[in-house]
Design a protein around this ligand. Structure first.
Ligand code: GDP
Length: 313
């Protein structure tokens, strides 16, 4: 078990994942959670990151800082998605090794598996085939981070592990329609259409891709569980984190529509990309250790919609 009274640095604490990690750590009695805003510490600045670790000496690190976004943002800002992520993770991983961090958890993503990986995707499918083109720059950066953790462990004897989460949602999600992911976008589109009495809501793609959705509070719980019960070993330093079930974007849209209470029609804009046809995770590795996701999708969407209404008037 990681010591709850030790200094624990959460990089990216204002994001969807980082904020959920801070909530979870506080619930579990962590008493020295260290955070820095982007204005206080620019993680793409190697010298600043080194000085921060030299001064603060965290014992554990959750690396949840990353440039993230939905299918459209990934397509429009490919250089930012690869460049920023490579710099952030290189700086943090190297400083964590240099200053003797006991254990670090890096956040991967299910989109880094090959586009045509067998479903559900198992950990050994990483690096076995070509990637989905819409988010390849992001995926290459995240793969580099995974390989860097493993290389650090081999060369320096660190204990850098990684969680490979499926598509996430929850309070603190990005509800911007251009840059965000599908679930937050659906909540916002149906909510605004209901408020404005619009007869139709236009969604992207064909609605046929399948996706798996994990509530970020479940992910935060899993990350703590991994820190407590999973160590980097020679054959594997990461595990998938998901629910083990998926649904089509069309089914997801109908679920969100019903929860929001929108009664108009849905139109599909097939000029927008579908992305990868399916990315369902095999979660048996984590289940064997004793962890399972708990928040049912409809309950999680309901809670996220309530959060959205309170925070985005
Ligand atoms: P992905 O999982 O990396 O493909 O990223 P997204 O969460 O952005 O998109 C998931 C799927 O939802 C894709 O097939 C999108 O085309 C589809 N989708 C439908 N409507 C929307 C929307 O309004 N916003 C987003 N981001 N995706 C949408």
């Amino acid at each position: 078990m990681i010591d709850r009274s030790a200094r624990i640095y959460v990089a990216g604490h204002r994001g969807l994942v980082g904020s959920a990690l801070v909530r979870r750590l506080e619930q579990e009695g962590a008493s020295d959670v260290l955070t820095r805003t982007r204005a206080e510490l620019d993680l793409t600045d190697a010298r600043a990151v080194d000085a921060f670790f030299a001064d603060e000496r965290p014992r554990y690190v959750f690396l949840a800082a990353a440039k993230v976004g939905g299918i459209h943002a990934n397509r429009s800002l490919p250089a930012d998605f690869i460049g920023e992520n490579l710099r952030i993770q290189c700086n943090v991983l190297e400083a964590a090794q240099r200053y003797g961090v006991d254990k670090l958890l890096f956040l991967g993503s299910s989109c880094i598996y090959p586009k045509h990986a067998p479903q559900p995707m198992r950990e050994e499918h990483l690096l076995t085939g070509p990637l989905e083109p819409t988010n390849q720059p992001y995926a290459v950066a995240k793969i580099a981070g995974m390989v860097m953790c493993e290389s650090m462990n081999r060369q320096h004897g660190t204990n850098f592990i990684a969680a490979m989460p499926t598509n996430l949602y929850g309070p603190g999600d990005n509800f911007d329609l251009e840059s965000g992911h599908v679930l937050a976008a659906l909540i916002r589109r149906f909510h605004e259409a209901k408020e404005q009495g619009s007869p139709t809501v236009e969604l992207w793609g064909t609605g046929s891709p399948r996706r798996e959705f994990l509530h970020v509070d479940d992910l935060a719980e899993a990350c703590l569980f991994l820190m407590d019960h999973f160590d980097a070993t020679t054959d594997r330093h990461f595990l998938n984190v998901g629910t083990g079930t998926d649904l089509t974007i069309r089914e997801l849209a109908e679920t969100v529509r019903d929860i929001v209470g929108y009664t108009g029609a849905i139109a599909w804009n097939a000029d927008m990309p579908d992305g990868t046809p399916r990315k369902l995770l095999d979660v048996s590795g984590l289940a064997d250790l004793g962890w399972r996701a708990r928040i049912p999708l409809s309950e999680g969407i309901r809670a996220t919609y309530e959060w959205y209404q309170r925070n985005h008037p």
